[in-house]
Design a protein around this ligand. Structure first.
Ligand SMILES: O=C(CO)[C@@H](O)[C@H](O)COP(=O)(O)O
Length: 215
């Protein structure tokens, strides 16, 4: 039987003039992936906690908040309060990953770490036992609509070998064409922005990416 994957539409690709309606269109997904960018760690700005608070009452999806921020510690409580269920920070800019994980858990959220395409998976190994999710970036973070880099998928295989119960998410360039590569690598959660929000029928796209077996 085909592996069933969770689907996390990335809000970055939504129509920002009507975010409430956009969230309604993807109600069948599992997570809502929300990219928070600071213009420093990545060369782009996106949205803040107000957007999350505004959408929280509108959606029952798990809010998967991806912090692309330098020095994210002071923001953990802010994003949890706004409605984040999962909070991930980037390994590359974590001053003290252990303290960040502890702060996220203390806030009541589930903890995740994201890694850029060139960051070795070995840097994550000491923390795997403390994590709910690892996000393997398959594009350079900062912008949606890029092409998936297959190289980082090797990290997914290693992570699943090391920690079979950990949720491993891939982020960047996920669509119908790259789906098989992700599935073969053992991915659990697919982040897809362009493929879902720019589709005529996002529900159909979610069902296709998810695979056939039931939740
Ligand atoms: O974090 C990012 C980009 O930095 C991603 O979440 C993208 O938003 C995914 O978009 P697509 O590649 O699916 O369009």
């Amino acid at each position: 039987m085909m592996k069933r994957m969770y689907v996390a539409p990335s809000l970055l690709a939504a129509d920002f003039s009507n975010l409430g309606r956009e969230v309604d269109r993807i109600a069948q997904a599992d997570f809502l992936h929300i990219d928070i960018m600071d213009g420093r760690f990545v060369p782009n700005l996106s949205m803040g906690p107000q957007v999350i608070s505004a959408l929280r009452g509108r959606s029952e999806l798990l809010f998967d908040v991806h912090l692309m921020l330098e020095h994210p510690l002071p923001y953990v409580e802010v994003f949890r309060h706004a409605g984040a269920d999962v909070i991930s920070f980037h390994m590359e800019c974590a001053d003290d990953p252990g303290a960040l994980i502890a702060a996220i858990k203390q806030s009541g959220a589930k903890a995740g770490i994201a890694v850029k395409p060139a960051t070795p998976v070995e840097r994550l190994l000491p923390y795997l036992g403390e994590l709910y999710m690892v996000t393997v970036m398959t594009v350079e973070p900062g912008f949606g609509g890029q092409k998936l880099m297959p190289g980082p998928l090797e990290k997914v295989k290693k992570l699943k070998e090391q920690s079979p119960g950990l949720l491993v998410e891939v982020d960047g360039g996920v669509n119908r064409e790259t789906l098989a590569l992700c599935r073969d690598a053992g991915v659990d959660v697919l982040v897809a922005g362009t493929a879902i929000f720019r589709a005529e029928n996002p529900s159909e796209e979610i069902a296709f990416l998810r695979g056939s077996s039931s939740f």
